[in-house]
Design a binder for this molecule. Structure first.
Ligand SMILES: [Zn+2]
Length: 260
């Protein structure tokens, strides 16, 4: 994770001044393969248990909008949906588990405290096929809000989740300061709720129109359950790579900058 931050910092420095025409960056495996969903119709769920305001319409709206803004982009085939509320247990891929893609809120944070949220991606090491993406929000070190206009010192939950969803579909940090996938932003900022042209360009390079099966009909499993690891022996062989995508989240706090 620290290595990632250093490399991104270098990219940002080299990119100045002015944003390059193509600033987005795709997540890649250690072997250099692009990390992406192979099948369409990815569904994301929310466990609202850790949200301090309790469940409610405003929370559902912020979460579902952060997902749906990535859906139906004209030049892209990717279909993503909000699947409702679940009880999430643990982030990351579990052999033989249901491996739903889940969004959770943590009052106790085990990652670096500068991260306001964290997306755990699990993908096949040999070709980058995503099998699980889970997003955790850090309520231990940050205040997140559904109403940034009323509480501009807090981080806007919908913006944070929209950025993390970009990681969940395979985008890394962009060098374009106006993009949702830029690594940082000040508290109260809401512009990351919507996608920039650079974000859309990255999504459309990952999932160009006409390349994914559009059938999201009945019988489609809304999460991926690969059979190849569903045994103790196969799990031990571990054909997976797991990567944490730190969502860049900027803001001044105790004189420093946050990353997420
Ligand atoms: Zn990020």
């Amino acid at each position: 994770m620290k290595t990632t931050s250093v490399v991104l910092g270098l990219l940002l420095a080299l990119a100045l001044p002015g944003a390059p025409a193509q600033a987005y960056k795709l997540t890649k495996t250690e072997g250099g393969d692009v990390v992406s969903w192979l099948a369409n119709c990815r569904t994301f769920y929310m466990d609202p248990a850790g949200w301090p305001g309790g469940r409610g319409e405003a929370l559902t709206k912020a979460v579902s909008q952060s997902i749906l803004v990535w859906d139906g982009v004209e030049c892209s085939d990717l279909t993503v949906a909000y699947g409702g509320e679940v009880e999430a247990l643990k982030a990351g891929y579990a052999s033989c588990g249901n491996n739903r893609n889940e969004i959770t809120f943590r009052g106790s944070w085990s990652y670096m405290q500068e991260a306001v949220a964290y997306t755990t991606l699990t993908y096949l090491a040999d070709d980058g096929t995503l099998v699980d993406a889970d997003i955790e929000c850090n309520l231990d070190d940050f205040e997140l809000t559904l109403y940034p206009a009323d509480n501009p010192q807090a981080m806007d939950l919908q913006s944070v989740l929209t950025h993390e969803m970009g990681h969940a579909v395979g985008l890394d940090h962009s060098a374009d300061g106006d993009s949702t996938m830029y690594f940082s932003a000040p508290p109260g900022e809401v512009k990351k709720r919507t996608l920039s042209d650079d974000d859309r360009d990255g999504l459309c390079q990952l999932y160009p129109a006409g390349t994914l099966d559009q059938d999201c009909g009945a019988g489609t499993t809304p999460w991926v359950t690969p059979t190849r690891t569903c045994s103790a022996t196969a799990a031990a062989a571990a054909p997976w790579e797991v990567a944490g995508s730190l969502g860049g989240r900027g803001g001044r706090r105790r004189g420093g900058w946050w990353w997420w």
